[in-house]
Design a protein around this ligand. Sequence first.
Ligand code: IPE
Ligand code: IPE
Ligand code: MG
Ligand code: MG
Ligand code: MG
Length: 332
Amino acid sequence: MQTGSTLNDDRTGVSALGGSGAQAPGAAGRLLPEVWMQEGAKRVEQALSRLLCAEDDGGTELMAAMRYATLQGGKRTRALLCLAAGALADSPAHMLDDVGAAIEMMHACTLVHDDLPAMDDDVLRRGLPTVHVKFGEATAILVGDALQAHAFLTLASLDAPADNRVALVRELAQAVSAEGAAGGQAMDLSLVGKHVELDRIVTMHRMKTGALVRASVRMGALCAMAEDAAHAALYRALDRYSARFGLALQVIDDILDATADHATLGKTPGKDAAAQKPTCASIMGLQAACQFVPDLLRDAGEAIAPLGPRAEGLAQILQRANGYLHKHAPCT
Ligand code: IPE
Ligand code: IPE
Ligand code: MG
Ligand code: MG
Ligand code: MG
């Protein structure tokens, strides 16, 4: 098995080496996906644990609930996208773990709110009772609020030049704005019970899920590379990659909602049909949705192919998603 020591990039502190273990493969060498993904997820979880603590919680359960929402599993896809894009851009390792943690905080915020009775009214998440079931609805609302605040606080407090910090804050804010996840979630709720054209579903998926995926990738690069004329081609390639991958993630989620069981999902199966939500699976049909995913993943791979071996971590994330779908869904 290869380890971090198989990499020989001698630029201290850049992400191909990492401070405390294997990082995503970058210019310096190859690394088995299961090694860097597992270690990357572990480092981001350590950052989450360090960043989410309160000296004085005022005697409430708020911080405990925030830790419950963020530290109990999850595939860490968005954090790994950040690490992989960071390796591509030689972003400093010490920044990437905290930026990955901020992204996972924001993702968890969207999940906690998504599960609320006023939204999807779900009782199971990552194999455990949802935050509002365990801690009450008021606390779950506040968990979402506070996780957003802590995500931005983390970015604003990074040991990095002010320009980088502002770019990161702007990127994350945009991803969850009315034009991003919040807008997409509003659209999701507005379409309940309706039969709509596929392009409306695609727009909704791009907003509610794709926007944060796009930001996760861009934020890995933004730790080291301004989005200026010199890097325009790189950001274009990354955006093409994440547009396709972000959509693929939500289509996979739609397929699995319709086909997988409690144990696989760690969520309540069949929720979309029960709530009369139009999804890619319901509008296209299951088989067409199954075929759509590999097309999207292939297009995403083609988008980053010109970036060469430095983009290997991003390519491995596509393979992981494809493997996940085929392991758990009846897609032939
Ligand atoms: C679930 O995202 C919600 C979607 C946007 C599809 P993930 O499937 O990435 O959830 P976790 O983080 O692994 O639990
Ligand atoms: C949620 O989509 C997307 C978010 C922005 C949270 P879903 O409602 O399909 O996600 P799950 O299936 O509950 O994880
Ligand atoms: Mg939802
Ligand atoms: Mg949901
Ligand atoms: Mg779903």
